[in-house]
Design a binder for this molecule. Sequence first.
Ligand SMILES: CC(=O)N[C@H](C=O)[C@@H](O)[C@H](O)[C@H](O)COP(=O)(O)O
Length: 219
Amino acid sequence: MHKKLIVSCQALEDEPLHGSELMARMAVAAKEGGAVAIRSNSANDVEAIKRATSIPVIGLVKRNYSDSEVFITATAKEVKELLKVKPDVIAMDATVRNRPNDEKLKDLVQLIHEHGDTLVMADIATKEDAIYAVECGVDMLSTTLSGYTADSPKQKGPDFELVEQLCREIPIPIIAEGRIQTPEQAKRMLNTGAWSVVVGSAITRPQLITKSFTDYLYE
Ligand SMILES: CC(=O)N[C@H](C=O)[C@@H](O)[C@H](O)[C@H](O)COP(=O)(O)O
């Protein structure tokens, strides 16, 4: 995955392209375009995408809990669902926020590492999260949650500053992810030192791609 493009193929239940077979076709299209790995939500989608593409899959499970804001692979329940379908990497929220049932990041990382070769991608929002995630034994960091937590800056574009800072100060691979909308932005991330880049909505959410045109045309 070094210095390459990872495409996030995700459509939640309320999105028009929801469904594992559709996401698998989307992943095949991404592979044809040169993506070297796919990031995907739910065990069913991971399984379908692995079958259709045979390139590495980063799996996660998005689920909301009433006692926590953490929703990306929040507990051991989601980790166990994913381990059954053998993703190459499991992505999980690795912010310093409390998890549901007061579960601990360190225990979830250990559960994954004890199980086999699956690596852990830590979805973080700040440098503080990054330091905490490294202490908990994760294998790589991704800036997925910058702009989506109370203590990270809200911005329209990608968080170049965070990627730059992490690449300078944290000694494990840093993946740039979140609101990357153009090839130029992706290239800038790699030039900044990112190990690889994840692009989602700008490639795989046609309703948002359409909206970027209509917002401009109808303003
Ligand atoms: C914040 C959150 O829930 N992010 C999710 C994480 O898996 C996905 O919905 C994003 O599409 C993915 O991170 C890629 O980012 P973008 O779609 O901006 O290129």
